[in-house]
Design a protein around this ligand. Structure first.
Ligand code: CA
Length: 228
């Protein structure tokens, strides 16, 4: 998952970024509303954490402009006060959820997961399943044919993306956008390298193949019983 974090309190931003990265998220952090609007227009974020009180363009205005542009990126608004007025204005401006400060990191993470789940139309439990493979984002757990598989974070994120829409082909750049942040330089074949590793770890190719290469386009996980 890739998140845009918009927060001008550096200590808090640093804490959130570090925590999310430790949980395998790719995080781009900006400190003001204008940069937020620039970035959200160029990268397809899975979710955005937006502080209410920001320099220049405030969180409410960022949210409003975002929706005016037709962008549906889920927004979690951070409010300094738990005032009813702030919550209502946030939701009216197009935010999907809000979290009053101070908050526990675990709650932030749970809300982000709920927002990305909703966007991807995943079932309530959040567990993604195709054939004999299942992935539980909350527990960071992958099983195939009943056996638990320990995946590194990048491989986990790629698999999570592919499983979010079985049958859909994701290009290499879509996968890279989703899994790496803007500060991480990577070589063009980095996605292929991680896909190869992922296939090896989930035992793909021995018997049933789940991750397909679509020549010249990218990769997909075949929908259950689906034929292309
Ligand atoms: Ca602030």
């Amino acid at each position: 998952m890739r998140v845009l974090l918009v927060e001008d309190e550096r200590a808090l931003a640093g804490y959130v970024k570090k925590g999310l990265e430790e949980n395998g998220w790719a995080v781009d952090a900006v400190e003001d509303g204008r940069s937020a609007l620039d970035w959200v227009g160029t990268v397809d974020y899975d979710v955005m954490i937006l502080d209410l009180m920001l320099p220049q363009i405030g969180g409410l205005e960022v949210c409003r402009r975002l929706r005016q542009r037709g962008l549906t990126t889920p927004v979690l608004m951070l409010t300094a006060r738990d005032a009813l007025k702030d919550r209502v204005s946030g939701l009216d401006a197009g935010a999907d959820d809000y979290l009053p400060k101070p908050f526990e990191f675990e709650e932030l993470l749970a809300r982000l997961r709920a927002l990305t789940r909703r966007r991807n139309g995943v079932t309530k439990t959040g567990v993604l399943t195709v054939a004999d493979l299942s992935l539980d984002p909350a527990a960071h757990r992958v099983r195939r044919a009943g056996l638990e598989i320990d995946l590194p974070y990048k491989e986990f994120s790629i698999l999570e993306l592919l499983l979010s829409q079985p049958g859909r082909v994701f290009s290499r750049s879509q996968i890279a956008d989703h899994v790496w942040d803007m500060e991480t330089l990577h070589q063009s074949n980095v996605v292929d390298v991680h896909i190869r590793n992922l296939r090896r770890l989930i035992g793909d190719g021995r018997g049933q193949t789940l991750i397909e290469t679509v020549r010249g386009v990218g990769y997909r996980v075949q929908a259950p019983g689906g034929r292309s």
